[in-house]
Design a binder for this molecule. Structure first.
Ligand code: DGL
Length: 261
């Protein structure tokens, strides 16, 4: 079984890609919406949340953890991965693989404040593409808009435009380096124009999940997907239906109190 987590709805953009390539794999997705947004939290908070989420997924007996949260990968890049029984697929590694494959050399990275300030994207991309130019900018306005469902119209369009203003003009590609951002992809397309590619790390992340499923032989199950939140389950269900397209998803509310941060 596959395990995924994120601070909230963003991880569903990774689940969507994984399910389209591995429709018969069982998976559990945890949205830590009691603590969203992660991007403005301290490194200490983020380390605690990462440890807690990996432990919870271990308790669900997952074989592999397909990371659905860039901010948590950035904190792991700085402090190391907490112990887990499962194999972990790092989302920033997938982004760097995608950049290398495409041959991009001038890259913009739009991310949460915690991810951008960590510099993890720059390090991982330059490790694969020596000499690449990587400019990382923070877009703290975007995750709250997505969580509130304010994803259409002038408000999100202007917020994305403001986020992209910090990027140089002549980029090969911009990485949507927070899993919430593909939900705003149309606004990124409008802000960046046709000459700049948009890169969603979840594409390569899902491909790597397929390889891992073959290797560890967990790809063939009943295709059951559990969607778990520690906040409002009805609102979460509506978003799972909208983002995943499953008309009757199995949604659960975690009874346990969120950890203090
Ligand atoms: N979606 C997450 C990420 O990829 C976290 C966003 C947040 O909660 O700030 O970084």
């Amino acid at each position: 079984m596959l395990g995924l987590f994120d601070s909230g709805l963003g991880g569903l953009t990774v689940v969507r890609r994984v399910r389209s390539l591995l429709p018969t794999a069982d998976l559990v997705f945890f949205a830590d919406q009691a603590h969203v947004p992660y991007g403005n939290r301290s490194p200490e908070d983020l380390r605690g949340l990462l440890r807690h989420n990996l432990r919870w997924l271990d308790e669900q007996n997952v074989d592999a953890i397909v990371m659905g949260c860039n901010t948590s990968c950035a904190i792991a890049d700085r402090y190391g991965w907490p112990a887990t029984r499962a194999v972990v697929l790092d989302l920033i590694d997938s982004a760097a693989i995608a950049v290398e494959r495409a041959g991009y050399r001038r890259i913009g990275v739009v991310a949460t404040a915690a991810t951008a300030s960590s510099g993890a994207y720059g390090r991982k991309i330059r490790a694969r593409v020596p000499g690449a130019s990587v400019v990382e900018v923070a877009a703290p306005e975007l995750v709250p808009l997505v969580e509130a469902g304010r994803v259409e119209g002038e408000e999100p369009r202007a917020a994305v435009r403001r986020a992209c203003e910090g990027l140089p003009r002549d980029l090969d590609a911009v990485v949507l380096a927070c899993t919430h951002y593909p939900i705003l992809d149309a606004h990124f397309a409008a802000a960046l124009g046709a000459g700049t590619a948009r890169l969603d790390p979840a594409v390569v992340q899902a491909e790597r999940a397929v390889l891992l499923a073959d290797e560890l032989r967990f790809g063939t199950g009943s295709g059951l997907a559990r969607y778990v939140t520690n906040a409002d389950a009805d609102a979460f269900r509506a978003n799972v239906v909208r983002i995943i397209g499953d008309p009757d998803p199995r949604v659960e509310r975690l009874a346990r109190q969120p950890i203090r941060t």
